[in-house]
Design a protein around this ligand. Structure first.
Ligand SMILES: [Zn+2]
Length: 102
């Protein structure tokens, strides 16, 4: 996956289209990511022992195909390329400004 934890992403599909948020978690095996404030669902927690019943809001994962990385250099939602650096390591690059994304 070309999206990593703590990346800033733009949601391009679904009911949260247009929202931006930070990636909290990636699930590579399912090609899904959890983005802060995106795909919020309410969970009704039943009272249990001393704990009162409550409603908590939680992010659901979204498909990585439905988000785009926001480039830290040109601030645009972009496709991510991969290039091999001089020392043989691979880096992600913005396809718009060609800058390496950390
Ligand atoms: Zn860029």
């Amino acid at each position: 996956m070309r999206i990593k934890k703590s990346d800033l992403v733009l949601v391009t599909k679904g009911k949260d289209r247009g929202k931006q948020g930070t990636v909290q978690q990636t699930i590579a095996s399912k090609r899904r990511v959890v983005v802060e404030g995106v795909g919020m669902v309410k969970r009704h927690m039943r009272a249990q022992g001393m704990r009162a019943a409550e409603i908590i809001e939680k992010e659901m994962s979204v498909s990585v195909d439905n988000v785009m990385l926001i480039c830290t250099h040109c601030q645009a939602a972009t496709k991510v390329g991969v290039k091999t650096l001089g020392d043989g390591s691979r880096a992600r690059v913005c396809k718009k400004c060609q800058e390496v994304i950390e």
